[in-house]
Write a protein that binds this ligand. Structure first.
Ligand code: CA
Length: 454
């Protein structure tokens, strides 16, 4: 072989080795560089909220096992019946009982609320009041399971919140672990909203952690059974201003074994080929969402100031681009930020809220800003809805509903709506979420976030 070919071979070898080394360095063989958490001590009491009967093990099996080993009380709350047409609710119930038993819990540690699988978003946003319950496909309007926390519980948001408040008051958790509002599955996103609601309503002052399960198509990466890998947060959700703060909970080999064994009890859900086995890793992953702060302004900005561009809204929080139902392909409905300006004693009586999308907002879409405002005289539920060039606000408080048109301008892919400053006159805490809907389908939605006014 002459020197030329030897050099070419050497070059090929160097390039291949470099490529291999690079690919290898991208594999999650090391714990991601975030603080450890949740930290749990002997005085703690841990409440884990699972939208469906299996979420408790998939994302929290290691935490549950750790708590059992350290004699830390655990309460698992399963929100829905897991009735997914091919599996009976009783089967799902039994899988959770057996799965959590494998982890070391007893049946008394698990509470089943029994609401319909897939209905939580309706209950939170549309069917809140007892006078307007959700009707399931089987015609039922209330829980019918004997094993449920409250038999005959009405399918409505107020009742779900009431159940969770009772459990929090009785169990007195110091740590609540619940789904991330960035989870793409609607029951998970809504459960997150319910927990933000009840923790505000009850004045809960313990710690809150969220867990992420559904973020298609590429997370967790790789999406398969690799127990020697670490679970790493999705790139687009790291380092976002006011976004999730990540925590790593490393598992011992024994805890990993218990978790894997518990998965075998969820026979109808976690089949050997299931991507859910991606969650059998060296660690579990949690995130805290910081409460957002808005300072009251006194500059009395008017709609013409926004139209002229002389006043800008400050972004309150961000939503990933490229997410949602079509992974961002509907650019006009891909929400990227929510802004707010709360005016104090405004001459024109208006404060401002904005939604920014990747593409120009579409007149055929519906954009909703939902807020629950926690005033001492009662929690006010507010829905600002933008459709076809018109913005409306609906306010519900203590059974009274009012609806009226409000100012709207569209500028730089941003919808800006004028809302009454009166909503915030007592500096209440509130929670807020935004979604974009087309032909009844939710294309994108933000998490529910807690906001404090100063
Ligand atoms: Ca988005």
């Amino acid at each position: 072989m002459d020197l030329k070919y030897k050099l070419i071979l050497l070059l090929v070898l160097i390039v291949s080795l470099t490529t291999m080394a690079f690919s290898y360095s991208q594999l999650p063989f090391y714990p991601p560089d975030f603080p450890a958490g949740p930290s749990m001590n002997s005085g703690d009491r841990v409440m884990i909220v699972a939208p469906h009967p299996d979420d408790e093990a998939i994302c929290n099996g290691g935490v549950i096992r750790y708590a059992v080993e350290n004699h830390i009380p655990v309460k698992v709350v399963v929100m829905t019946d897991g009735n997914d047409t091919k599996t009976s609710p009783l089967t799902r119930h039994n899988e959770t009982i057996n799965g959590t038993k494998t982890l070391g819990l007893s049946e008394d540690n698990v509470t089943f609320l029994g609401y319909k699988d897939g209905s939580l978003r309706n209950l939170l946003n549309d069917n809140w009041d007892y006078s307007n319950p959700f009707t399931a496909s089987d015609g039922s309007k209330q829980v019918t399971y004997q094993y449920a926390f409250q038999e005959n519980a009405t399918y409505c948001g107020a009742n779900v919140a009431g159940n969770l408040e009772t459990i929090i008051t009785d169990f007195k958790p110091t740590i609540i672990i619940y789904p991330s509002g960035d989870d793409e599955q609607f029951d998970h996103q809504a459960t997150s909203g319910f927990l933000e609601y009840v923790t505000q309503e009850t004045g809960y002052n313990g710690t809150k952690y969220t867990y992420l399960l559904h973020l298609p198509p590429n997370w967790p990466s790789p999406r398969s059974y690799y127990p020697e890998y670490y679970l790493v947060p999705p790139k687009q959700m790291v380092g976002v201003e006011n976004g999730p703060e990540w925590f790593v909970f490393n598992l011992t080999t024994l805890e990993q074994r218990f978790k894997e064994q518990s998965f075998q009890e969820y026979k109808t859900q976690i089949v050997p080929s299931s991507y859910l086995r991606s969650f059998l890793r060296e660690n579990e992953l949690f995130a805290k969402y910081p409460a957002l702060n808005v300072s009251k302004s006194t500059d009395n900005s008017s709609i013409s100031d926004f139209a002229a561009g002389s006043v800008n809204l400050t972004d309150l929080f961000y939503d990933a681009a490229g997410d949602g139902k079509y992974q961002g392909k509907e650019k006009s409905m891909d929400i990227i930020s929510v802004g707010m300006k709360v005016n104090d004693n405004s001459v024109n009586g208006n404060s401002w809220v904005s939604i920014k999308t990747v593409g120009e907002p579409s007149s055929s879409a519906v954009y909703d800003v939902r807020m629950n405002i926690f005033n001492t005289g009662g929690t006010e539920r507010v829905n600002i809805s933008v459709h076809n060039g018109t913005a409306q606000i609906q306010q519900d408080v203590n059974g009274n509903t009012t609806m009226k048109n409000i100012p709207l301008i569209v500028k730089n892919n941003t919808l800006i709506m004028g809302i009454p400053s009166d909503l915030f006159k007592n500096n209440p805490n509130f929670i807020i979420s935004v979604d974009a809907i087309k032909s009844g389908a939710i294309i994108d939605q933000t998490p529910w976030r807690v906001v404090k006014i100063s």
